[in-house]
Design a protein around this ligand. Structure first.
Ligand code: ADP
Ligand code: MG
Length: 205
């Protein structure tokens, strides 16, 4: 969550720039405000399990972000956290499966499908790359999410504010897919850090 807050805060201007082309120029501010609130909340009190951390973070996003991305990312984190259950440690495969559940919940809440030019166009390729690697390769997930975000450029938006533009939404990268790729990259970076920290003992958690 700290890496996520760092990433979206660092890229907030670019996200808002993308949202000014096909939306209302608030996406960077929205995700920055949300994830900084998450950072602050977790700085005061860290819940005891990874699942509870994600559920707390998700609730915070819903309560602090007014735009569409607040409830959508809030749902992603809450439902992923809920799917993780109460284990004190979480393995990669477990996290990959829980992410799939969280992403399906985002699709259900927003009614969007792959190719609608939304955050799902980065999130689905990420979980597919994880599935292809047996739930292990978060670096592949990062690359797939980034590619997915780039591949939203030629798409016409069919959900969210950008869909009001019709064909004029073509030719711009979707802001939500771009922030989603940043979140997956933060996850991959955290995983790589964890790997370095546990490689001495051969751990895979
Ligand atoms: P708003 O559109 O309310 O201003 P944001 O600018 O914070 O909210 O977020 C916009 C992003 O939210 C879009 O770029 C898109 O990726 C995502 N989004 C919007 N509607 C949906 C939806 N129904 N399903 C999935 N993602 C969506
Ligand atoms: Mg917006």
């Amino acid at each position: 969550m700290t890496a996520a807050a760092d990433a979206v805060s660092h890229e907030a201007d670019r996200l808002t720039e993308l949202d000014s082309a096909i939306g209302d120029a608030d996406h960077g501010g929205n995700v920055r405000r949300g994830f900084e609130a998450v950072r602050e909340e977790l700085g005061e009190d860290v819940p005891g399990t990874p699942g509870a951390v994600l559920m707390t973070a998700g609730r915070k996003l819903v309560s602090t972000v007014g735009g569409a991305s607040g409830p959508l990312y809030g749902t992603l984190l809450r439902r992923t956290g809920k799917a993780l259950g109460t284990g004190e440690r979480v393995g990669r495969e477990e996290l990959a499966a829980a992410l799939r559940t969280g992403i399906d919940a985002v699709a259900q809440l927003g009614g969007a499908a792959a190719g609608d030019k939304t955050m799902l166009d980065a999130l689905y390729p990420a979980v597919e790359a994880l599935a292809d690697s047996g739930g292990k390769d978060f670096e592949a997930a990062r690359a797939a999410a980034e590619r997915g975000a780039e591949e939203t450029v030629p798409l016409q938006a069919r959900k969210g504010r950008a869909s009001y533009l019709g064909e004029r939404s073509i030719g711009h990268q979707d802001p939500g897919a771009t922030s989603a790729a940043l979140l997956v990259a933060a996850l991959a970076a955290a995983d790589a850090g964890q790997e370095a920290a546990t490689s001495d003992s051969g751990g895979s958690e």
